[in-house]
Design a protein around this ligand. Structure first.
Ligand code: FUL
Length: 699
């Protein structure tokens, strides 16, 4: 019924704006529901993973945790809401219960909840606090409720499913308007299960009685969308890395899909012959993990990475659900806030000046004749009006005349999706100096497609739609000239001593010095890699040639190259892959075998004698680190026989903050170095080495 009203509205609008008596284009089904249409407009919102795992430093708790462990010290849901709002997000979805079964609200269904925790003396209700904070900041509020429950003794039999449905009922009754209900497809089988500590298998398709769960949501929150691998309203995008495929249909053969669907890669593109509207939500975390781990404080996604995720989610017809792992204090961590704001600032710049609005637009068919109705609706700033071709025409082009040569490097295209998703193939052209040049060729559009391309000075921009599932219905086209992405240069060196400087935007210049002075635009411009043979500090700035703006200098110190270095000996006897600890890449590592019960050490030959003044150690950068050396002893020798212990001590906080460790000692001559892990993190003495280096004065 709602859909019908929408059509009538569309019809009225269409005839009003086109001033011609024409029928609106026929819908090309399947079509979105009203709640799905409202969801599309949200575009960008936050996921918050905050629950028992935050306090146990886990990603998946076993279910055997005690409510006593849940004890945030400065929990402030208003801070979360403020940060989300300032970041430009439209809502927050909270992990009300994750796989370990701990409930963030005082549920009647289990004792495993905040009511038995020290937080607010068991009187707290985090779901209430957050829903109030969202209301205060004008944000939508959503719920993640894990079907899998590793705590509940009844998990696996119908008793648990009743509780699961009851939990859903509580969450959807007591906390105001909920915009999205998020059901996770994960189920690893094993768990605590009331002390049974066993593996329990369930049938994902039938066990949870999804039809009943859906009925509860529809009854209590008729406007909420339901997310899962297969919806029914919103689908997972088939990866947690933060992208959708370039081809992305908002429709799928939904009846084939269920939570935990093994063909999940198809979720990345949808199905061109889909039977239901089922758009993609791109979920990813701002850190490697979903939950907060102090060891990931230095691994918050960089600005270029976040920008890419934006363009590969929202720019590819998806919504962007960005996870913020709230920390043990109960706050969004400072590092995460910094990156969120950097993303906001950059996107504001990218989309600051729309260039198409008000410009002349013409729509033509293959023969150059006028095509369709309401071409001017694509740049009238009104998403409810659209350009449509005749019922028989699914191939036509639309040209925006910019009037004068204008720099452009972004285009936003939107289909009028209340009438379905149609476009299958299109080409983007620009008229430069009187000639048409092809800029890009792409497939689907959907609710929103954004293309980034090299800046062109165009007098006209043309979108040539080559194929569609029916007549075209395009509601919006925007053009922008985004500024260059100005970020400090990154330096990397290889074993030979060659230093590479790089920036994410190829239009940005790099200027550098090697004499310790601060670089300016007048300093050498980086055009080819630098060969650094002696201990040297490289300082580099990025400069935007368009406006002369420059970054702060980035500073990199490089000691003697590792070209002639060789790992001679390891206490575990294994020499395979040892080169990885001296390859200048902290993302590769070498480690001793598991289960060793004595301190582990390695000997490295530097190739010749140097004056040594210190050493460096990079801990392993793996997602699940092991063997990190926390206490060390370092020896130096000139002949690999007589060793001198030059330093021993502790790498403070290295497990939580896995950055390069630097140790200085009294200058000593040496050709051979020996690093011993006198204590490592973990149950045995297994030691891992991502990178070992020295601080020297070259002779
Ligand atoms: C996955 C879960 O297993 C993760 O822990 C996380 O909640 C992520 C969003 O979904 O399936």
């Amino acid at each position: 019924m709602k859909i019908r009203i929408l059509f009538i509205a569309a019809l009225v609008l269409f005839s009003l704006v086109s001033c011609t008596k024409v029928e609106p284009p026929k819908p090309v089904g399947p079509l979105p529901s009203e709640r799905q249409l409202a969801w599309h407009e949200l575009q960008y919102y936050a996921f918050v993973h905050f629950n028992m795992n935050t306090f146990t430093n886990m990603e998946w708790g076993t279910g055997g945790e005690s409510p006593q462990q849940f004890n945030p010290t400065e929990l402030d849901t208003r801070q979360w809401a403020r940060v989300a709002k300032e970041a430009g997000m439209k809502g927050i979805i909270i992990t009300a219960k994750h796989h370990d079964g701990f409930c963030l609200w005082p549920t009647k269904t289990t004792e495993h909840s905040v009511k038995n925790s020290p937080w607010k003396d068991g009187k707290g209700d985090l779901i209430k606090d957050l829903s109030d904070a969202c209301a205060e900041y004008g944000l939508k509020f959503g719920i993640y409720l894990s079907p899998w429950d590793r705590h509940d003794k009844d998990y696996g039999n119908p008793e648990y499913v009743k509780k699961f449905h009851e939990q859903l009922r509580e969450l959807l009754t007591n906390y105001g308007e909920v915009f999205e209900v998020w059901f996770d497809g994960a189920n690893g089988g094993s768990g605590y299960y009331g002390g049974a500590n066993e593996t329990r298998k369930i049938d994902n398709k039938t066990y949870y009685e999804w039809d009943k769960a859906e009925a509860i949501v529809r009854e209590l929150q008729p406007n909420a969308v339901i997310f899962s691998d297969g919806g029914p309203d919103i689908r997972w995008v088939g990866t947690e890395k933060g992208w959708a495929n370039e081809t992305n249909w908002s429709i799928m053969r939904r009846d084939e899909i269920y939570p935990g669907w093994p063909r999940y890669v198809e979720l990345r593109s949808g199905h061109e012959d889909g039977t239901h509207w089922l758009p993609a939500e791109v979920n990813t975390s701002i850190r490697p993990g979903w939950y907060y781990h102090p060891r990931e404080d230095h691994q918050v996604k960089t600005l270029p990475r976040l920008i890419r995720t934006f363009y590969e989610s929202i720019g590819r017809n998806g919504n962007f659900l960005l996870n913020l792992p709230v920390d043990t204090r109960g706050l969004v961590h400072e590092e995460d806030v910094k990156q969120l704001m950097a993303l906001k600032e950059q996107l504001d710049k990218d989309f600051a000046n729309e260039l198409a609005q008000g410009k002349t637009v013409i729509a033509t068919d293959e023969r150059g004749d006028d095509a369709g109705f309401g071409a001017q609706n694509v740049n009238d700033g009104n998403a409810e009006t659209y350009w449509a071709t005749n019922d028989s025409i699914s191939r036509a082009m639309i040209t925006i005349d910019l009037g004068e040569p204008t720099e452009v490097n972004r285009i936003v295209i939107q289909e009028y999706i209340p009438l379905g998703q149609r476009v299958k193939r299109f080409i983007l052209d620009a008229e430069v100096d009187g000639e048409w040049v092809e800029i890009d060729g792409q497939t689907t559009v959907g609710y929103k497609r954004i293309l980034r391309f090299d800046t062109v000075k165009a007098t006209k921009i043309r979108v040539n739609f080559l194929d569609a599932k029916g007549p075209l219905a395009i509601s919006n086209i925007e053009l922008y000239r985004a500024p260059n992405l100005l970020i400090e240069p990154v330096a990397k060196r290889n074993r030979e001593g060659t230093v590479y400087l790089s920036v994410p935007d190829k239009n940005v210049d790099i200027h550098y010095t090697i004499d310790g002075s601060d670089p300016t635009m007048e300093s050498d411009k980086y055009e080819a890699p630098l060969l650094i043979r002696e201990p040297t500090t490289v300082k580099a700035v990025s400069v935007d040639p368009d406006n002369g703006q420059q970054t702060r200098p980035a500073e990199y110190y490089f000691d003697i190259p590792k070209k002639n270095w060789k790992v001679l000996w390891t206490s575990s006897g294994n020499l395979e892959d040892t080169a990885k600890m001296v390859d200048e890449d902290p993302n590769t590592f070498w480690a001793t075998d598991e289960g060793v019960n004595a301190p582990q050490e390695v000997i490295i030959d530097l190739g010749k004698v140097y004056d040594l003044k210190g050493f460096t150690y990079w801990p392993i950068q793996e997602r699940y680190p092991f063997g990190i050396i926390t206490n060390y002893e370092f020896f130096v020798s000139t002949n690999n026989k007589n060793w001198k212990s030059v330093s021993k001590g502790e790498f403070g906080n290295v497990v939580n903050n896995r950055i390069e460790q630097t140790v200085h000692f009294e200058a000593v001559k040496g050709r051979y170095i020996r690093l011993k892990g006198t204590k490592t993190d973990g149950d045995d003495f297994r030691a891992s080495f991502a990178e070992v280096g020295v601080i020297s004065t070259a002779d």
